[in-house]
Design a protein around this ligand. Structure first.
Ligand code: SF4
Length: 365
């Protein structure tokens, strides 16, 4: 039911849809929708790295490497520019390279999210960068229609509300989707037209009664969910990821259902500061831990899987502290490192099996 990403985007481009390539992770998608631009997020494009290595140091994360490779191949589907949110130093450097050194025939935008928690300074700063981004988009796309922005915010609000409902249903076993299906659905929001995406989300059935659950329950934390082979393997082992703390997942969803948007700019500002604590927003570790503990309790999890992108500085910075804190809570941990290549190595397979055995043994005690 979820269309294939590259086929879908090619179709959209052929139909004359304006498409912007958006790098991870936090950006005001509603502003793009209001200009009739479809964001196509670039996280882990498949394929070999052939061109990008010449521009990057060896110790750069694979999200940056793969994204640059994708950009250098000059994909036809991206016709309305690239957007680089300020997620981390590596992406900020990549934005500079693409914009100033490599050069692009289409616009390159940056969006410098404020770091830290909500206060008067950060919220004013956020409103200012929204305004600057709007002005930059107007140069290439004509003046913004305020009514369109209001409609886009209403659509975003509906998508968020539905995703929060599905997330809750997943935690309480009211969703009959396996790991692969669930994350395919969540990641569909990275490239599907938002009207159609909302339709798809609304088609997902929430069960009246919880499933009889004999599965081992995991929380997964990191940038991206494990790759399809790993998710499939977890399904085979009867392990369900019932809670996520992923930058590409729940860290982009407000912690609670918001009021419907009245003023678009106020709504977008409030939404940004209602997102869960995240390593890329420089939230305090205590704040993060408090949030994760709450998720762990609500999801009645048995263990935590850290899916760490190799060389991801923001995540690695928090990882040691979080592992220690979860261990203190008596929750077993497994940390896997990924270079975002497809497939599950024999070594990781063995480590996952051993981890699940520990969880199952502890469940029997
Ligand atoms: S994986 Fe980490 S280092 Fe790489 S772009 Fe994402 S946040 Fe930045």
């Amino acid at each position: 039911m979820i269309p294939n990403r590259s086929e879908y985007l090619q179709q959209q481009a052929q139909q004359g849809q304006k498409i912007m390539g958006v790098l991870p992770a936090l950006y005001p998608r509603e502003l793009l929708w209001a200009f009739d631009i479809l964001p196509a997020e670039i996280w882990d494009p498949p394929g070999d790295i052939l061109l990008a290595n010449a521009h990057l140091q060896a110790t750069i994360c694979p999200v940056v490497k793969r994204s640059l490779e994708f950009i250098l191949k000059d994909p036809e589907v991206v016709n309305s520019g690239y957007l680089f949110p300020h997620t981390c130093d590596s992406l900020q450097n990549l934005a500079t390279q693409v914009k100033d050194l490599i050069g692009m025939p289409i616009p390159v935008y940056t969006f410098y999210n404020p770091k830290g928690s909500f206060n008067k300074v950060t919220s004013t700063f956020y409103r200012d960068i929204l305004f600057d981004f709007q002005k930059a988009l107007e140069q290439a796309n004509g003046p913004l229609d305020p009514d369109k922005l209001k409609v886009a915010c209403e659509l975003g609000f509906k998508i968020d509300s539905r995703l929060l409902t599905l997330q809750k249903a997943r935690m309480t076993d009211h969703l009959n989707l396996n790991n692969r299906e669930y994350f395919q659905l969540i990641r569909g929001g990275e490239y599907i037209n938002p009207h159609y995406y909302l339709e798809l989300l609304n088609q997902v059935k929430i069960l009246d009664q919880p499933l009889e659950n004999r599965h081992t329950r995991l929380l997964v934390s990191g940038i991206l969910p494990p790759d399809n082979d790993t998710l499939y393997f977890l399904d085979e082992l009867k392990v369900s990821i019932v809670v996520d703390d992923l930058l590409s997942g729940s860290r982009r969803l407000p912690v609670t259902t918001m009021d419907p948007p009245a003023d678009p700019i106020e709504y977008l500002t409030d939404r940004f500061f209602l997102l869960p604590p995240c390593s890329t927003k420089a939230n305090s570790l205590d704040e993060r831990l408090h949030h994760l503990k709450k998720l762990a309790v609500e999801g009645r999890i048995h263990g935590v899987l850290f899916n760490i992108v190799k060389f991801c500085e923001p995540e690695l910075f928090d990882h040691r502290f979080l592992v220690k804190a979860f261990k203190k809570l008596g929750l077993p941990i497994l940390s896997l490192e990924t270079e975002l290549q497809p497939g599950l190595s024999g070594q990781d397979k063995t480590r996952i099996e051993a981890f699940i055995e520990i969880l199952d043994e502890e469940a029997l005690v």
